[in-house]
Design a protein around this ligand. Structure first.
Ligand code: GCU
Length: 677
């Protein structure tokens, strides 16, 4: 049965006329297979072409047949003889070209390294999967970002923090003896979209993951990832020297602690010679960290960086911090703590910053740290798992959300200083660059909890490769590979995907609202929640609604969080007349009768947005019902059932929020809006 297990690597036979045409160019495969990476590339190509085009495409080419020639100048004398311009493709890039050889057409996939050819092979397969013409193909690609990594919030007991796709993929209990074939499929899927790293364990880390027993297991996983160009990283618990090292302290300035980490890192590299490095969540939400000893984040990060440097390992030090005491505005804290540290981190440290200043809300303005630490490379952290966006059942394609952040202009060096250019290092000349995605992957047959959540994994990978890639283009590519190339399917399904994220914003947190979800689970609406031990975990802390109006005043007269942005943005966001309406209540506390661009009052607009979100989901359901002819019944039924859940829950969100806010605004609903159920 179809259940989404193949992801976008389905390789089902193309219609025979198309397959026939491709066989004119892809009659056989000539690829070296002397190393594990070469074998991975060759096997994938053969498997893909065999599936897509039929048996004739596989194996060595018959004499005079057009072939795909794959390799590096070092791995293939025939590639070397072509003298291709590979210089500026870097370590992981590749070129794909149509080549006329002895009167026969053919395709060449060439790179400087085996991993480059592997990426090229996946690209060539993608072209065939999406039925692109190959006659004039001539393309060059290399990643714009160096470290493209998934962060698994997976625990050693196989539970996954904020995971909605079953258990952790990592079967620690059976490792290292049993290597589940799904590990290989995981590596293939990631390599196909350019992901080159994976942090295996939760940022809320268990120190045991650094003990020999677990390092041996991690090494086994690394051996599966390696042929696919994917490095393994681990999350480190800052207090590990105490918990597993028997030391009395984890003070980063204590020589015994420094020694312990150095030895520990040396040990890790004995297990995993190409280990990527350590990810650290410190002094955040109760996690231990250098501040426990009166030391700074930089002191903590640098201690680990020094241990990793001899091995070329890196530290990814998270900026998701907020203090134990409730502050007047949680959104300001990471900036306040990290900006003074700019320039004091070692060269092999990346500071990993969430896309927004609070926490993966359906919509947040970009984090003001981007652009504000010119001497420190900043790594983007997106969340792929939909913690605040309806878990697995709500359909929300996150490509447009990622794109909105990446294309946002920080103005730190004038117009055009986009977040993408901060992250890819081009703006501030960073030597080290990275993007992390909190994975939505688990043991479910469909990997991600739902069919459409696979698209979010896919889009993350493509945008990590090129942060200026287009979310719509990516969605179309994914739809074609995952479901169908039929334009009668692709056009409506694409339109549905592209509106889906905004629909969720509308029925959960329109107009710049945030954090209205029930506390701790973060699923349904609970805008009334108050009185927890930390006020900044309560929705009322964020929406601040009352009889007068609604919204968090972060203007200069309020918390002045706007002051953390470059001057032109601080002015734009800080002024009620110029702030984009999508961020209105993020930056301002606004009267209920405030006039919106539509001419309506804020109150009426808010109610209408909530209703619009529900209507959008109803429309998505209608669209999907109309596509049954193009999708296998199993996957169609699953998506349809989830959309029905989503529609019920969009209505729940709308009714709960409208009823609650109406109890404060004391205003009638705009004409035509049904009273909350
Ligand atoms: C959110 C999430 C936590 C997670 C944290 C983090 O607060 O709810 O589960 O640990 O982010 O990113 O560290």
């Amino acid at each position: 049965a179809e259940d989404g297990h193949e992801l976008w690597l389905r390789y089902l036979p193309l219609p025979s006329a198309q397959a026939q045409a491709y066989r004119q160019q892809l009659g056989g495969v000539d690829a070296p297979a002397d190393t594990p990476v070469q074998r991975a590339a060759r096997d994938e190509l053969v498997r893909g072409l065999q599936g897509l085009l039929g048996a004739t495409a596989a194996g060595a080419a018959a004499v005079g047949q057009p072939i795909v020639q794959v390799g590096t100048p070092a791995s293939s004398p025939r590639i070397a003889a072509l003298h291709l311009p590979l210089q500026d493709l870097g370590e992981e890039g590749y070129l794909i070209r149509h080549l006329q050889q002895g009167g026969q057409g053919g395709i060449v996939v060439a790179a400087n390294s085996d991993v480059g050819t592997l990426h090229g092979v996946f690209h060539l397969l993608r072209l065939v999967q999406t039925t692109q013409p190959l006659a004039d193909v001539d393309l060059r690609q290399s990643p714009k970002i160096q470290r493209r990594v998934l962060n698994h919030w997976d625990n050693l007991d196989r539970s996954v923090e904020r995971g909605y796709a079953g258990q952790s993929l990592w079967d620690w209990q059976k490792l290292p003896g049993w290597l589940d074939p799904r590990y290989t499929d995981y590596a293939r899927a990631n390599a196909s979209i350019g992901i080159n790293g994976t942090v295996l364990n939760n940022v809320n880390a268990n120190a045991l993951s650094l003990t020999p027993m677990y390092l041996e297991k991690a090494a086994a996983l690394a051996s599966v990832m390696r042929p696919y160009g994917i490095r393994v990283y681990l999350s480190a618990r800052f207090s590990a020297p105490i918990e597993i090292g028997g030391l009395p302290t984890a003070d980063p300035l204590d020589p015994a602690v420094q020694r312990w980490w150095k030895d520990k890192v040396d040990e890790i590299y004995r297990y995993i010679p190409d280990f990527g490095g350590l990810l650290v969540k410190a002094n955040s939400e109760g996690q231990p960290g250098p501040q426990d000893y009166g030391r700074s984040h930089a002191a903590g990060a640098n201690m680990l960086a020094d241990a990793l440097a001899p091995h070329d390992g890196i530290v990814m030090w998270r900026a998701f911090v907020y203090s134990h005491e409730t502050s007047p505005d949680r959104a300001k804290q990471a900036y306040d703590e990290f900006v003074p540290l700019d320039g004091s981190f070692r060269d092999n440290v990346l500071v990993q910053v969430k896309n927004g200043a609070i926490d993966f809300q359906p919509r947040e303005p970009f984090h003001p740290l981007f652009g504000a630490m010119p001497k420190t490379p900043l790594m983007m952290e997106f969340q792929i798992t939909k913690e605040y966006l309806g878990f697995a059942t709500h359909l929300a394609y996150l490509g447009p959300m990622y794109e909105e952040t990446l294309r946002a202009d920080t103005y730190v060096q004038g117009k055009g200083s986009t977040v993408a250019r901060v992250v890819d290092g081009s703006l501030q000349k960073s030597r080290l660059t990275g993007m992390a995605g909190v994975a939505n992957i688990g043991s479910d047959r469909n990997w991600s909890g739902s069919q459409f959540d696979q698209a979010n994994w896919y889009a993350f990978g493509r945008l990590a490769w090129d942060p200026m890639d287009d979310a719509g283009r990516i969605a179309e590519e994914w739809l074609r590979m995952t479901f169908s190339n039929d334009p009668a399917f692709v056009a409506p399904a694409l339109a549905m995907m592209m509106r889906s994220h905004e629909a969720v914003v509308d029925y959960m947190t329109p107009l710049g609202l945030a954090h209205l979800m029930g506390r701790s689970h973060h699923y349904g609406p609970a805008p009334w929640d108050a009185g927890s031990e930390r006020p900044d975990w309560d929705p009322v802390y964020y929406h601040r609604a009352g009889a007068d109006g609604i919204g968090f005043d972060r203007s200069a007269g309020g918390s002045d969080a706007v002051g953390q942005y470059a001057a032109p943005l601080a002015r734009q966001y800080g002024n009620l007349a110029t702030v984009p309406e999508q961020y209105l209540l993020w930056f301002h506390h606004v009267r209920w009768d405030h006039r919106m661009a539509s001419g309506r009052t804020l109150w009426d607009e808010l109610v209408i947005r909530y209703g619009h979100g529900v209507d959008e989901v109803a429309a998505m359901r209608g669209t999907w019902d109309g596509l049954a002819a193009y999708v296998d019944p199993e996957r169609h039924r699953e998506v349809a059932a989830f959309l029905a859940i989503q529609q019920d829950e969009a209505q729940w969100w709308r009714d709960a929020c409208v009823a609650y806010f109406q109890s404060l605004s004391q205003r009638p609903l705009p004409a035509g809006q049904a009273p909350p159920a």
